[in-house]
Design a protein around this ligand. Structure first.
Ligand SMILES: C/C=C/C(=O)SCCNC(=O)CCNC(=O)[C@H](O)C(C)(C)COP(=O)(O)OP(=O)(O)OC[C@H]1O[C@@H](n2cnc3c(N)ncnc32)[C@H](O)[C@@H]1OP(=O)(O)O
Length: 169
């Protein structure tokens, strides 16, 4: 009984909901994502690497990819061992922008304000430095993040697409 009593002060802490969702805990346990690959790099495992991994669609930012990206960034943000995060894509393309096939069924308002743009904006809450290592195309909203939120590790040259802003490293 005395032993139980001595544990009591710890109980509120144990019962307090942990920051983050179930998927985050899965991530911490090393589960694989569908659209991204995550790894800890460096001798001290203090660099969080996130690679966009949807090559067949040129890393177009579908809802699932953005959700996973958000979860991985949060997990690295909360990991005290991680000092900085590197975000990269494939050899040919960083990201082909929003998933326009997914967007087809949505209204303008749904696209602009409710769905993925809001979730994308949450990514900017991450306080740790994020370095975008960009190869190939970074299109429109796939370009917005590297440009406005992240330090970009590569030199980008401008190219104009049809109605969209293209950059190709
Ligand atoms: C609010 C947010 C706004 C935005 O972000 S709007 C901007 C949206 N993005 C775009 O409009 C870019 C569309 N993509 C392209 O113009 C071209 O791609 C590229 C110039 C980037 C590359 O061209 P190439 O190398 O010839 O590849 P490929 O054959 O066109 O694409 C390979 C596969 O990737 C899929 N894909 C490419 N971009 C997207 C996308 N943005 N959303 C969904 N799927 C995409 C294609 O469909 C195809 O796949 P399949 O062979 O199965 O047809």
């Amino acid at each position: 009984m005395a032993a139980l009593r001595s544990l009591l002060p710890c109980v509120p802490g144990l019962l307090r909901p942990r920051h983050g969702c179930a998927a985050l805990r899965t991530f911490a346990a090393g589960a694989k994502f569908e659209y991204i690959i995550t790894e800890k790099k460096g001798k001290a495992h203090n660099v969080g690497l996130i690679q966009l991994n949807r090559p067949k669609a040129l890393n177009a930012l579908c809802k699932g990819l953005i959700t996973e990206l958000s979860q991985a960034l949060q997990a690295f943000e909360e990991d005290r061992a991680v000092g900085a995060i590197v975000l990269t894509g494939g050899e040919k393309v960083f990201a082909a922008g929003a998933d326009i096939k997914e967007m087809q069924a949505l209204t303008f308002q749904e696209c602009s304000f409710t769905q993925f743009l809001r979730q994308l904006d949450q990514l900017s809450q991450v306080k740790k430095p994020i370095i975008a290592a960009v190869n190939g195309y970074a299109v429109s909203v796939g370009l917005r993040r590297p440009r406005t939120q992240f330090f970009t590790a590569s030199c980008l040259c401008m190219e104009r697409g049809t109605g969209s802003c293209f950059e190709k490293a």
